[in-house]
Design a protein around this ligand. Structure first.
Ligand SMILES: Cc1ncc(COP(=O)(O)O)c(C=O)c1O
Length: 347
């Protein structure tokens, strides 16, 4: 597949901004109008907050590349994966073109498309929340430039079948984005390394979930080098800040901490599922750090949980295919017990 031919013509021709720190990385800097006298915030010297960050976040990309088992040339780092979604739409979908969203799924794909003025067509997952590849391929015209998939899917919790994603990549003449925000909690490995074979596959991942770093906004894309080059071309010059970069590198050097939390979340997921089951909930199988559960009239219960008990779950009662469903993030043992006891009273 020729990636260049999928890129919007204006982006192909775009002359990117040339940030000062991409021209010179060392020396006495008189080039970027930074504050030579220091910073008003006294964090340790190595943060150098008066200086712009490395525009290409090289150290972080290197650390992520090691974690994923790919080359740094296949990694793009963003201000959360939400930034990556936005940039992908801007690179591949122009006026009059579309993206496809296989729903129910994460809401930001549609918001990003709507914001960019790009029509987002909605295609349904099947009754098991799996991809019907034949149906999807039948319904994507040549105007559709990106298909967004999410695996494990938010809010349904299931993994999509790898064989189906591979068939999508082979059968679709556009970009297949697989959002793996929750992959660390799943029983299957990431598809990130498949980007070497499938040139139109973009795998999005994040440090917001298993790594417990939602607050520092680090998301990343793993993709063919050509796609990464275009992401770099359109991103804002210093999209990943110094503090987030440094903390992310630190976290990646301590993978065992993530492993511990990941295991705790999975154990709790299993226990919570059993408890909710005992209360009469239908619990959908989950490969993520949340459970989609169904119970007649649960929307009302969710409302009183929030108002009277300060226990907040996410109501999906108004989402097609998810009537009477709420999504519950797996908490600690103490939090889950509190949820269980309170639910028992409110049901
Ligand atoms: C499927 C999915 N993708 C992406 C994100 C956002 O990730 P980030 O925090 O990296 O922007 C979320 C957050 O809830 C999500 O559920």
């Amino acid at each position: 597949m020729n990636i260049d031919s999928l890129i919007r013509p204006n982006i192909r021709k775009l002359k990117p901004y040339s940030p000062a720190r991409s021209l010179y990385q060392s020396g006495t800097f008189f080039d970027a109008n930074e504050n030579a006298f220091g910073s008003t915030v006294g964090l340790p010297g190595y943060y150098e907050l008066n200086r712009y960050p490395d525009p290409s976040s090289s150290e972080l990309r290197g650390a992520l590349a090691r974690f994923v088992g790919m080359s740094a040339k296949n990694i793009f780092t963003g201000n959360g994966s939400d930034e990556v979604i936005d940039l992908l739409i801007r690179i591949f979908a122009g006026p009059g073109e579309k993206v496809a969203i296989v729903e129910p799924t994460y809401g930001m794909y549609r918001v990003a498309a709507d914001t960019a003025g790009i029509e987002a067509i909605s295609l349904p997952l099947d009754k098991e929340f799996q991809l019907n590849v034949v149906e999807v391929l039948k319904n994507v015209s040549s105007k559709v430039k990106i298909v967004f998939l999410c695996s494990p899917n938010n809010p349904t919790g299931n993994l999509l079948r790898t064989a189906d994603i591979e068939r999508m990549c082979e059968g679709f003449d556009g970009i297949v984005v697989v959002d793996e925000a929750y992959i660390e909690f799943a029983s299957a490995p990431s598809l990130a390394r498949k980007v070497s074979r499938s040139k139109n596959l973009v795998v999005m991942r994040t440090l917001s979930k298993a790594w417990g770093l939602a607050g520092i906004r680090i998301g990343y894309a793993v993709a063919d080098e050509e796609i990464i080059k275009y992401l770099d071309k359109v991103k804002s010059p210093y999209n990943v800040n110094r503090i987030s970069s440094a903390l992310a590198v630190w976290a990646l050097q301590n993978e065992s901490d993530m492993e511990t939390m990941r295991k705790s979340a999975i154990n709790e997921r299993v226990r919570l599922a059993k408890e909710l089951n005992a209360l009469g909930f239908t619990v959908f199988p989950s490969e993520a750090n949340f459970l989609l559960v169904k119970y007649p009239g649960i929307s009302k219960v969710a409302k009183s949980l929030a108002v009277q008990d300060g226990i907040i779950v996410r109501d999906f009662g108004n989402t097609p295919m998810l009537e009477d469903c709420i999504r519950i993030t797996v908490g600690t043992r103490e939090q889950n017990l509190l949820l269980f006891e309170t639910l028992k009273k409110r049901l």
